[in-house]
Design a protein around this ligand. Structure first.
Ligand code: FE2
Length: 189
């Protein structure tokens, strides 16, 4: 883990986060990400890639937050996950992040981990993606040639649950197809 001193432009964010004694409000979390003019050059020492899967690089943490720089090679992405009891947000520092948002496929079983995709959005450099509690999504670097680097705040540190696309959406006779919003996706985690 790089010391925050190796990324001096992150010090104001770290100082604020170290003062937390409880969960961050989402409005404040967005404000912290938006108002701190962090660039890809400011987190260079924290950037490490993994050719097999996206790489989470922790910069600072406490009982009430994790601050991470996440590095994504082309095609790398998360599993489908929620944000149980955490406020979460990230800023795109380089590249483009695609977010696919899901809903539970049935309200009948509250314990079901089956979901269906409902919308998709691309976030360019400088934009901020937010999620909390029961928000379910996955993040992917869909570029075929460009890396993605993102700066994440989780408050408190995230203990996510994982989900799967409801296989009945692909059952014979269903009107659904075996793609998600037009793109065939593997089960990468
Ligand atoms: Fe997430």
């Amino acid at each position: 883990m790089p010391a925050p001193s190796e990324c001096p432009r992150l010090k104001p964010i770290c100082s604020y986060l170290d003062s937390l004694t409880g969960r961050m409000d989402m409005v404040v979390l967005e404000q912290v990400l938006r108002e701190n003019p962090i660039t890809i050059d400011d987190v260079e020492k924290a950037c490490a890639f993994n050719e097999e899967r996206y790489q989470r690089n922790k910069v600072a943490f406490s009982d009430w937050y994790d601050l991470l720089v996440i590095c994504w090679r082309p095609g790398q992405g998360t599993a489908i996950h929620d944000h149980t009891e955490s406020s979460c947000g990230f800023k795109i520092l380089k590249g483009t992040a695609s977010e696919i948002v899901y809903e539970r496929s049935s309200d009948a079983d509250p314990d079901s981990l089956l979901v269906r995709p409902v919308r998709k959005r691309a976030y360019a450099a400088g934009e901020i993606c937010l999620a909390q509690d029961q928000d379910i999504h996955r993040i992917i670097n869909e570029s075929s040639s460009n890396d993605l680097v993102t700066l994440h705040i989780y408050s408190p540190p995230l203990h996510m649950k994982f989900y799967e696309v409801d296989p009945s959406l692909n059952a014979p006779g269903s009107v659904s197809t075996n793609t998600e919003l037009g793109r065939l996706l593997s089960g990468r985690r």
